[in-house]
Design a protein around this ligand. Sequence first.
Ligand code: ADP
Ligand code: ADP
Ligand code: MG
Length: 454
Amino acid sequence: MFKRILIANRGEIALRVIRACRELDIEPVCVFSEEDRDAEYLKQVDRTFCIGPASPGESYLRSDRIIAAAELAAAKEPSLATDAIHPGYGFLAENAQFADQCRECNIEFIGPSAEAMRQLGDKATARTIAKKAKVTTVPGSDGVLEDDDQAFQLAQKIGYPVMVKASAGGGGRGLRIARSKEELERTLAQARQEAMIAFKNDALYLEKFIENPRHVEVQILADTHGKVVHLFERDCTIQRRYQKLIEESPSPGIDSRTRADLCKAAVRLTRVAGYTSAGTFEFVVDAKGKPYFIEANTRIQVEHPVTEMITGIDLIRAQILIAAGEKLPFTQRDIHQNGVAIECRINAEDPANGFRPCAGVIEKFRPCGGFGVRVDTHVYDGYRVSPRYDSLLGKLIVHRPTRTEAIACMRRCLDEFVVDPIKTTIPLYKEIFRHEEFISGKFDTGFVAHNFPS
Ligand code: ADP
Ligand code: ADP
Ligand code: MG
């Protein structure tokens, strides 16, 4: 087993990985930017390394500095090398080159092989893999678009509206809808430019825009001995601007047959891609209940606690064990969906003001608690929210036997939760958890935009 793991991330996910390391008797090592110097979770760790200024490009995205830190940690005590790096999510988590660099330096990258990441991480290539695995994808281009004419012809064939996507996109960025040829023409030019700036890669592809869908994704785990299991689905339909706000499992919007089909499809995709570690396959489900594969996430996801609560399986621990070459200690038959878990992402954003990110000092932070309640957060009284990073302050997860009880629990928790004076998404959630449509379980990805236009 590993003795020491460097965590190449920050915030709540860094703390989540620290906790998993401690329980496995592994020493966590952290890197931090100058902006995060005072973060409380760093005090739990013996070895920490500053890797540069606030800007991610100068710190959390600097693979050279991160690997140097891993080597320095070992140099201080040569008998104890840094065996592995956990990338968390975002930053370098889906960077195949970084995975290669780590392994070239004899440090295990806690994630899939660089090869599997290249195949599934690129969204256009992932569609090709899906076809090989006989999984239905959204009608659209085979691979990336060669030129605008190809896009026009394809859009004509599959019908408007269409979605133009950056092949290297993620985090809800690089997605655009076009409802006519004129719009598509403008969109292609803009999307190309934006993708180049945001992802340093201007490859685009096109797919049919599915009207009023749900977002349902399947969590998988695969070890390096050929065992693949799924851990059922998460429903992440409550979104704003293609970004998730609330996630739950089981999905209230699919029947048991669709659930079984999706889970099987995810296992096939995993096998065809030769994928190992934890991963997620995302689908949109149309208004008639038909699912289409959209993309794979070759990393741990923000909403992984939802699955941990209903299955009782620690996904970060599993990632670490798999990376260390161990066999998964359970089989598919051991994995059950127990009860209902719902998560709210507590973001430092003003929902009444177009989800504008809010920065500044949190003077009072009082998370909720109680039976079946989990709060994953790195925040504390006096925490300074930086405008430089993701606005996620933490995640509130509740776990109850039924959806009705989970909703009641979430309402109570949201009422209890105090974050002052920084604005957060909590007031919006208080309304959502009292909204009839949400309570009924019948809603689509337009729920927030439609019901809360301001
Ligand atoms: P999840 O699928 O785990 O819900 P999100 O889409 O919310 O993930 O992304 C998690 C974090 O990773 C966010 O900070 C997001 O901005 C970032 N992220 C995800 N994909 C990319 C990408 N391709 N490029 C840059 N950042 C990304
Ligand atoms: P990202 O990499 O940014 O997560 P995704 O391809 O996963 O991008 O899409 C993000 C969200 O955009 C989905 O959860 C869904 O709400 C919406 N979306 C993506 N593709 C389609 C589509 N073809 N039709 C309708 N909505 C879509
Ligand atoms: Mg996605």
